[in-house]
Ligand binder design. Structure first.
Ligand SMILES: Cc1cc2nc3c(=O)[nH]c(=O)nc-3n(C[C@H](O)[C@H](O)[C@H](O)COP(=O)(O)OP(=O)(O)OC[C@H]3O[C@@H](n4cnc5c(N)ncnc54)[C@H](O)[C@@H]3O)c2cc1C
Length: 406
């Protein structure tokens, strides 16, 4: 129970395989699902956590943004991710380590995690309304929280990389009315992997960090590209699309995410990207294009209208010079909306013509993709419907990878 006592130096040891005893896992899952299945259970859990934390440690309040809704959502999604993946120790450890490193951007250090354990346990226990809370549940949650917070604390304290990098906007291209491509040069190169995303803070919205996927591989010049779609009613994305200027100074934090092609598996690759979700897939195929030996990649690129396939020409060019890459454009509607006046490009001769339909269903129409390693990238709704469609077509879900739905 180190979490509730002090910051030991062996943080992370809590994640021994015994901690993942199937009985403990089933207790954790059953209690968590009883919380989330009650009305407002998710909300109760996160508000109780922050209320308890700030009551016990008022000095922590200044580390968080004024509005806690995004923060609460992410906390809940992180817990859900851990609970869903308890059998996959490496995945959970990797995720928690990244989260710990990422939280350094708020000024959160190892000692802060050790103080949070009690607030989390109180939040879980007081949100649990379905049955009697037992000592075995306290033990299971204590064990999990110990693992969770020690791993994050350890990662935060032992990372050699800076907590954040400065970057200057060098280009802002309004590709569609609601979509901009932003190019930056970082003060020093950020060692991210193609397929990863970064936390971003823009000068127009201080302290509101958002995740954006790098659309090009890392390079020694610190050049970076993001594709950003304006979310109606959103805080940050409209400011990026409408207000960003060349010369703006952005802050970027530790690389996150684990989307990558497993070159050892010998399996071919299926990539499915919608809207700006193509960014991490594009970065990976660009990096693969610099290598000589690659697995075959089938990349489905989707959008509502043909004009939403805003970067299809780059991908076609990549596929023309890289025979291992097949790019298949898909749009739900066959025609652009009347207000969009630039005609969508036609596929060069020999390349795949645009297919029509809902992206997940179009991909599933080809049958089972059981022999592929699969990546899906897009909005949470798109990811969920695509996973569902693929499963319906006979694709085993364990082959599918995507970024956390946060
Ligand atoms: C791993 C990861 C990678 C991402 N990469 C990119 C990227 O490369 N490019 C990019 O444009 N965005 C990307 N996003 C989304 C981005 O982080 C923001 O969530 C998005 O830009 C909205 O931020 P906002 O501040 O404008 O909206 P907020 O103020 O955070 O939200 C306002 C409202 O819009 C809803 N909302 C948020 N996002 C969406 C959405 N996508 N569709 C519909 N409703 C939404 C919220 O639930 C909320 O109700 C990524 C997200 C994740 C988790």
């Amino acid at each position: 129970m180190r979490v509730f006592e002090s910051a030991g130096t062996e943080a992370g040891d809590g994640l021994t395989r015994d901690c993942l005893d199937p009985l403990v896992i089933s207790r954790l899952r059953a209690s968590f699902s009883s919380i989330v299945s009650t009305e407002h259970g998710h909300h109760r859990l996160t508000t109780t956590f922050y209320a308890t934390l700030f009551a016990e440690h008022p000095e922590f309040r200044s580390l968080f943004p004024a509005a806690l809704d995004q923060q609460s959502h992410r906390l809940f999604q992180a817990l859900q991710f851990v609970i869903d993946n308890l059998e996959d120790v490496d995945r959970v450890l990797g995720f928690l380590g990244q989260l710990g490193r990422d939280h350094r951007k708020y000024g959160v250090e190892g000692r802060h995690y050790f103080a949070s354990g009690h607030a989390l346990l109180v939040a879980v226990q007081s949100s649990f309304t379905q049955a009697i809370w037992t000592p075995s549940l306290t033990a299971a949650w204590t064990e999990l929280l110990d693992l969770l917070l020690n791993t994050m604390a350890d990662a935060a304290d032992n990372d050699d990389l800076p907590a954040a990098w400065g970057a200057t906007v060098v280009d802002h291209e309004r590709r569609l009315d609601d979509l901009a491509i932003v190019r930056l040069e970082t003060d020093s190169p950020i060692p991210y992997g193609a397929g990863q995303y970064l936390s971003v803070q823009i000068p127009q919205r201080p302290r509101m960090w958002r995740y954006l996927s790098a659309a090009i591989p890392a390079n020694p010049y610190g050049q970076l590209e993001f594709h950003v779609r304006r979310v109606s009613g959103g805080w940050v994305s409209p400011a990026i699309v409408n207000e960003t200027q060349v010369g703006d100074r952005w802050l970027l934090s530790s690389p996150l995410g684990g989307l990558e092609v497993d070159r050892e598996s010998g399996q071919d690759v299926l990539m499915i990207g919608s809207g700006t979700g193509i960014a991490p897939l594009r970065a990976q195929v660009m990096e693969m294009a610099m290598r000589s030996n690659n697995p075959r990649v089938h990349m489905f690129v989707g959008g509502k209208y043909p004009c939403d396939l805003y970067d299809i020409e780059t991908l076609w060019h990549l596929s023309l010079s890289n025979p291992w890459l097949t790019v298949v454009p898909v749009s739900e509607e066959d025609e652009d909306p009347w207000w969009h006046t630039t005609p969508a490009p036609e596929a060069p001769p020999g390349l795949h013509q645009r297919l029509q339909g809902q992206l997940g269903r179009v991909v599933a129409r080809f049958g089972s993709w059981a022999d592929r390693q699969i990546q899906i990238s897009g909005s949470p709704a798109m990811i969920k419907t695509t996973v569902y469609a693929l499963q319906g077509g006979g694709t085993p879900p364990e082959l599918i990878r995507h970024d956390p739905l946060i």
